[in-house]
Design a protein around this ligand. Structure first.
Ligand SMILES: *[C@@H]1O[C@H](CO)[C@@H](O)[C@H](O)[C@H]1NC(C)=O
Ligand SMILES: *[C@@H]1O[C@H](CO)[C@@H](O)[C@H](O)[C@H]1NC(C)=O
Ligand SMILES: *[C@@H]1O[C@H](CO)[C@@H](O)[C@H](O)[C@H]1NC(C)=O
Ligand SMILES: *[C@@H]1O[C@H](CO)[C@@H](O)[C@H](O)[C@H]1NC(C)=O
Length: 194
């Protein structure tokens, strides 16, 4: 006991010196591979709240299809297409016509996820190409009950000008052709971001 005391005092001193250095540099705890950072030092100033409005063009039919089935439905669930999966690269436009201004593309997939109803699991990135948002993305992951008037899905993240994005989208079918299965859907996106 008596011999350990003089050793532990300098150790403690060095330890507290080191921790106060890391407090200055990183403000907070240091667990070796995780550091707590001061959000002001990395440029996170004021959180913004944005509303984004566009039309989403899901073309299943024809030579210019943007939604392509990559997995067929489970054969005993043909009525609700359970399991069917479509990879999408859908246009996002300012107006309801495909010829209106292209603001980005919705890239990802949707899968039919209910054995009893027509429900989609959607996983997609809104990749914006317009103006200062060019290169920024918003990620949506949610449940889309396609025959409900307004469907709400969570925004789970973003990149670029949408870093730290969280919020929700509201999707409302604008036109749906039950012969071709082509759809135009109006999207209202509400996001908090930096
Ligand atoms: C496919 O897109 C091209 C180029 O935009 C267009 O000229 C053509 O009419 C489209 N075809 C169909 C079947 O929509
Ligand atoms: C479901 O559809 C597939 C492909 O059209 C067909 O082979 C299969 O027999 C169908 N299953 C049932 C249960 O109707
Ligand atoms: C968006 O950014 C890409 C890559 O930097 C660039 O090639 C493209 O021209 C930009 N598009 C618009 C519409 O500004
Ligand atoms: C659905 O698409 C078919 C094939 O392109 C077309 O003949 C029909 O007029 C469309 N229906 C509606 C309601 O737009």
């Amino acid at each position: 006991m008596a011999r350990m005391l003089p050793l532990s005092i300098p150790k403690l001193f060095i330890f507290s010196l080191l921790s106060s250095f890391s407090v200055i540099l990183a403000t907070g705890e240091d667990h070796g591979y995780v550091r707590t950072l001061d959000r002001k030092l990395i440029g996170l100033k004021k959180e913004k709240y944005s509303h984004i409005h566009f039309y989403w063009h899901d073309t299943v039919s024809g030579r210019n299809a943007t939604a392509i089935q990559i997995v067929p439905p489970a054969s005993n669930f043909n009525a609700t297409f359970f399991g069917a999966t479509y990879m999408i690269d859908d246009q996002m436009t300012a107006g309801p016509e495909l010829s209106s201004k292209l603001i980005g593309r919705a890239q990802g997939f949707y899968s039919l996820s209910s054995q009893e109803e027509v429900i989609l699991l959607m996983a997609m990135n809104f990749a914006f190409i317009e103006g200062k948002y060019n290169g920024s993305t918003i990620t949506v992951l949610g449940r889309n009950s396609v025959f409900t008037k307004v469907r709400e899905m969570p925004v789970i993240g973003g990149s670029g000008l949408f870093r730290f994005a969280r919020g929700y989208v509201q999707a409302k079918t604008y036109t749906f052709n039950s012969t071709t299965m082509d759809a135009i859907v109006e999207y209202n996106v509400y996001v908090l971001h930096y």
